[in-house]
Design a protein around this ligand. Structure first.
Ligand code: SAJ
Length: 426
């Protein structure tokens, strides 16, 4: 199949890098987004999100005329949908997948679809979402045929190809990672494979749309369950007075054991969300997956309790002082090391919870940002690690940024240190 023009719907953390990488292979790419600011920024050859190396690829693609952004969809040979799939509360269930953005994207592209086009859903989706998307498209275009009714003879081909790239390494992983390609029919899979072959150097493995949907949810649930195991171990070890980091190192010497690292909780927009899509569809069966989510979601509260305990200890050792005299310093706000992304960050959640209850000074060290986010942290001070270590009475390490790892552990008073990442206490 020949793809002269490819349209990417949704120019966020996945859509924009994908559009730019395809454009770098000298294909005409039309990026579509409802956000006028994002569209204008991209058309200037700039980016509105933070991702290493992306600026260079976008600048070159726009300058050479291969990438263009717009708010109005245009005809193309293939459409890649990369819009958010958050969850919503519905009928007492807190975590129901919200397909509103996929529905809106389907409505947007339906008028420009023509016979022979390929539509790929890349957004992480609950099982059945691709079939639902095809149904929305068919409803909007009764003059065209779709795989759910016409199988291999359909006018439009539809597939699910979940993105699997790691934030911070997106540009490299987009090219190197293997792709799971789930067509609604075998010909849909073939068409999607020829599209990904334009820029993917990894293997393209074909399956059904439902299996591809479940594969993506499984990958992130696997990681979530494994992180929950590490987080639960850290709480057990704290109770039993065992150093969890040493324990994990020792257990991992076993040839068939590979435990992940505990932390202050699981953040980001994927691992903390996707497992709920499985739980929501099979609530009776997904017991372990649900419990893992609960364990990881409760970890920030455990860290907050530990901070309060440390403040209590400090006050018992310094009876002339009150909580107002205690300075707390939080090291790290990002959702994982060496990035500036604070969205869905357990570290940010912990810092905000402490700052609203603590009557004394509150310092934040976050080398990857230039200013504190607006809101609850308005009264906190962003300082460098030297100032924080000199002035803080209680230190809370929340993110294992490189800069923090280079601080010698000897400088810290262990009684008043909560090291949720094992940077100074491992
Ligand atoms: N975390 C721990 N301990 C660990 C590993 C991670 O506490 O041992 C925490 C991190 O600090 C962070 C969270 O988990 O708060 C998630 O970070 P991550 O690096 O594990 O994953 P993400 O969310 O950045 O990206 C994941 C990746 N999925 C897997 O590794 C299975 C990525 O490949 C997916 O493309 C991405 O989700 C996505 O978009 O779904």
């Amino acid at each position: 199949m020949n793809f002269n023009t490819i349209s990417v719907i949704g120019l966020g953390y996945i859509g924009l890098p994908t559009a730019a990488v395809i454009a770098s292979r000298r294909k005409q790419v039309i990026g579509v987004d409802i956000n006028q600011h994002a569209v204008d920024t991209i058309n200037r050859g700039e980016i509105h999100i933070v991702e290493p190396e992306l600026d260079i690829v976008v600048r070159a693609a726009v300058k050479e005329g291969y990438l263009r952004a717009t708010t109005t969809p245009e005809p193309a040979d293939a459409f890649l949908i990369a819009v958010p799939t958050p969850f919503k509360a519905e009928n007492g269930n807190e975590h129901v997948p919200d397909l509103t953005y996929i529905q809106a994207a389907s409505k947007t592209i339906a008028p420009v679809l023509k016979r022979g086009d390929l539509v790929i859903l890349e957004s992480t989706s609950p099982v059945g979402a691709t079939e639902q998307m095809a149904a929305w498209l068919a409803e909007a275009r009764p003059d065209l045929t779709f795989p759910q009714t016409h199988g291999e003879e359909s006018d439009i081909r539809v597939a699910h190809c979940p993105e699997r790239v790691l934030p911070g390494h997106v540009v490299r992983e987009l090219v190197e990672n293997d792709r799971v390609i789930g067509g609604m029919t075998a010909r849909c899979s073939q068409a999607a494979t020829s599209l990904y072959r334009i820029f993917v150097e990894g293997e393209c493995i074909t399956t059904t749309a439902r299996t591809a949907e479940m594969a993506k949810l499984t990958e992130n649930s696997f990681r979530d369950v494994n992180i929950a195991f590490a987080n639960e171990l850290s709480i057990i070890c704290d109770k039993l007075d065992i150093n969890v980091w040493e324990l994990i190192r020792l257990a991992n010497r076993h040839p068939r054991v590979n435990i992940l690292q505990p932390g202050p909780g699981v953040g980001g927009h994927c691992i903390a969300v996707d497992p709920w899509f499985i739980v929501s569809e099979t609530p009776e069966e997904a017991r372990l997956i649900r419990t893992a989510r609960e364990v990881n979601d409760s970890k920030p509260h455990w860290v907050i309790d530990k901070v309060n305990e440390a403040v209590g200890k400090f006050l018992s050792a310094n009876p002339d002082k009150t909580a107002k005299d205690v300075t707390i310093a939080c090291f790290g706000l990002a959702f994982k090391p060496d990035i500036d992304d604070l969205r869905e960050s357990p570290a940010l959640k912990i810092a905000e919870a402490i700052v609203v209850t603590h009557p004394g000074s509150f310092l934040v060290v976050e080398p990857n940002i230039k200013g504190l986010p607006e809101g609850k942290l308005a009264d906190a001070r962003l300082v460098d690690h030297i100032t924080a270590l000199e002035t803080a009475d209680v230190v809370v390490l929340l993110v294992d940024h490189k800069t923090f790892k280079s601080i010698p552990a000897g400088q810290l008073k262990e009684d008043y240190l909560i090291d949720s990442r094992g940077v100074w206490t491992s």
